[in-house]
Structures are given as structure tokens and as C-alpha cells.
Design a protein around this ligand. Structure first.
Ligand SMILES: Cc1cc2nc3c(=O)[nH]c(=O)nc-3n(C[C@H](O)[C@H](O)[C@H](O)COP(=O)(O)OP(=O)(O)OC[C@H]3O[C@@H](n4cnc5c(N)ncnc54)[C@H](O)[C@@H]3O)c2cc1C
Length: 295
């Protein structure tokens, strides 16, 4: 399979990329790692007259720390994020998502922005972005806007990004003490496979009462977009973080939060059952990490 012909643009800064996007509009596609885009072009699932590469824009690959948050550039790769100390220490569910995605070769190219803009319901970093309450940073040559990640995905392969916009990165609040998170993906094999179900959970407990103070749970591959499991989250609040409570949240997620379909990777019934299991396991592991019982 050969790539079709197109004009290749390689701006050195964000302003240059935004001006190109403004001028070329829907006649141009943005290229980050290319691990989705080039496949889609080769398979002729999409066409374009122009490719605007973002790979030479250094500022778009940085991970910077603010007072209470980090900003991850949209072009930060999976391998880069996985080896970044603040991600390793404070965003373990995101690190797990990065480590799980594809193979070594893919992780060296694939970017977090590309994963989000590809908007697969099964995307490996997307549950983590949801549980860490990420804010998507979008820019045009004239404007900037910030969108909560819960409003970013609009359908399979679809996001709220407008034709003249570029996703510049994500802002993630740094989780507090007494909190941690965990991510588990279930696929037909270990790597380079589209997930059958993937779940991430974030839990913070109140050290005075020992009860759950904050809980966010995200489910992948069981709806048209990655989703938050709001019913399961509500069931956790104010509860003692123990086996019975994790199980009850898993049941809520399984029965009330997810809307899976049958496909050749798994039936809806199987996916639903696995949502219950993985929700319970990720909550238990997040709590163990939060209280320092495991890494
Ligand atoms: C062999 C193989 C295995 C894979 N395994 C997995 C896996 O296990 N888990 C998983 O989640 N994915 C997997 N993928 C899919 C892919 O690697 C990821 O989705 C990856 O994160 C995409 O990032 P990218 O930088 O390569 O995006 P690209 O292919 O460059 O872009 C993807 C889309 O996003 C748009 N885009 C990119 N950056 C921006 C931006 N900053 N602003 C606006 N639009 C933008 C592009 O125009 C394009 O439409 C796999 C792919 C391959 C080929």
C-alpha cells in the first residue's frame, strides 16, 4: 500500500502551524506520530491535499510543571511520558496507559494528542485523561479555549476540535496526598491489540475519617466514547474503602454506567461482566497505592 501524494509542511513553531491550518482549513490534516493518520491515508479511509507536521515544534512535546498542575504538550510521545518522573510518581494510571499502547516502535512515535484526536473509545491514554480531570488546550491563530476532557469526545473517531484548531496539550491538576490511581486493560493479547475493555480508577480518602473523599472511574471500549462511570463514583463517596464497597461500585458500573455492543472482539455481555471485575480491581489497587500498601 502506497501513500497518496500530498504537500508536506513542516512548521518550526506553533504560530506557523496555526497559520497554515487557518489558511488550508479542511484541505489539510495534522500529522503527529503518524501511527493512525498514515495508516488511514494508506488504506484510503481519508484523503488530504496537505499534511502539516507538528513534529518539529519543540514546545508541543514538553511536559511542564505549574504550581498545582502539569501541562503535557500534545506531541509528547508514549515513551517520553512513561519515563517522565512526575508522570511516574503522580500519574501512574497515565503511565500504565502509555506503557500498554502498541509496541516499543509505536510508543516511540505515538503521541498523547494523536491518541486523543483519533478518539477511539478504546484509546489507551483516554481513561487516564478522564480520571485525572484533564483540560484540553485548543488554539487557532486568533483564539485559545480550554475544554474539560469530559466534553472533548463526541463519538467514535470524533472530537470537539474545529477545522482551524490545533490541540496544543492537556492541563492535569496534580493529585493530592492520600490519593492514587490504577489502570487495567483487557485485550485478546498483551500488546498491539485494540482493547476489549479498559478501566481506570482514581481514589482519594480523607485521612481523618478513612472514608472515600473523591472517586473518578473511567471506562473504555464500552460506549461510543470513553466515559466516566458516574453512578459507580457516587456509590463510592463517603464509604469505607474496602472490598464490599469496591464490589458494589463494580456492580453499578456494570449495570448502570456502561453501554457496550457486540463485536468480533467480545460480546456486550462479556464486556459488561469485565467492567464489573476491572472496576473493582482498579479501585482496590488505587486505594492500596494511596495508603502506601503497594507501588
Ligand atoms: C501497530 C499499531 C498498534 C497500536 N496499538 C495501540 C494501542 O495498543 N492502544 C491505542 O490506544 N492505540 C494504538 N494504536 C493507535 C495509535 O498508535 C495511537 O492512537 C496514537 O496515540 C496516535 O498518535 P499519533 O501521534 O501517531 O497520531 P497521528 O496518527 O499523527 O494523528 C492521529 C489523528 O489525530 C490528529 N492529530 C494529531 N495530533 C493533533 C493535534 N495536536 N491537534 C489536532 N489534531 C491532531 C491527526 O490529524 C489524526 O487525525 C496503534 C497503532 C498501530 C499502527
Amino acid at each position: 500500500m502506497l501513500l497518496p501524494t500530498f504537500e508536506f509542511h513542516e512548521p518550526l513553531d506553533l504560530e506557523g502551524a496555526l497559520e497554515l491550518k487557518r489558511d488550508l482549513g479542511e484541505n489539510a490534516r495534522l500529522l503527529a506520530g503518524g501511527t493512525d493518520l498514515l495508516v488511514h491515508l494508506k488504506k484510503k479511509l481519508i484523503t488530504t491535499q496537505n499534511l502539516i507536521s507538528l513534529t518539529k515544534i519543540k514546545e508541543m512535546s514538553l511536559v511542564t510543571q505549574e504550581k498545582n498542575a502539569i501541562v503535557i504538550g500534545a506531541c509528547a510521545t508514549m515513551a517520553q511520558l512513561s519515563s517522565t518522573p512526575i508522570i511516574q510518581k503522580k500519574f501512574k494510571a497515565l503511565k500504565a496507559g502509555c506503557d500498554n499502547l502498541g509496541s516499543h516502535l509505536i510508543r516511540n512515535r505515538a503521541t498523547i494528542g494523536g491518541n486523543a484526536c483519533n478518539a477511539s473509545p478504546a484509546g489507551d491514554t483516554l481513561c487516564a485523561l478522564l480520571i485525572y480531570d484533564a483540560i484540553a488546550l485548543l488554539a487557532t491563530s486568533e483564539t485559545k479555549r480550554e475544554i474539560p476532557i469530559t466534553d472533548f469526545f463526541t463519538g467514535p473517531g470524533k472530537s470537539c476540535i474545529r477545522p482551524d484548531e490545533i490541540l496544543t496539550g492537556f492541563r492535569l491538576p496534580i493529585p493530592g496526598d492520600n490519593s492514587d490511581a490504577h489502570y487495567i486493560q483487557l485485550g485478546k493479547r498483551k500488546s498491539s491489540e485494540i482493547n476489549v475493555v479498559n478501566v481506570a480508577s482514581f481514589l482519594e480518602y480523607d485521612p481523618a475519617t478513612g472514608k472515600v473523599a473523591i472517586c473518578r472511574i473511567a471506562l473504555g471500549s464500552v460506549a461510543a466514547t470513553p466515559i466516566r462511570a458516574h453512578k459507580a463514583e457516587a456509590a463510592m463517596l463517603g464509604q469505607a474503602p474496602e472490598e464490599a464497597c469496591f464490589f458494589a461500585a463494580g456492580e453499578k458500573a456494570r449495570r448502570e454506567d456502561c453501554r457496550p455492543i457486540d463485536d468480533f472482539r467480545g460480546t456486550a455481555t462479556y464486556r459488561q461482566a469485565m467492567v464489573g471485575v476491572l472496576t473493582k480491581r482498579t479501585l482496590a489497587a488505587a486505594y492500596d497505592r494511596a495508603r502506601g500498601a503497594c507501588l
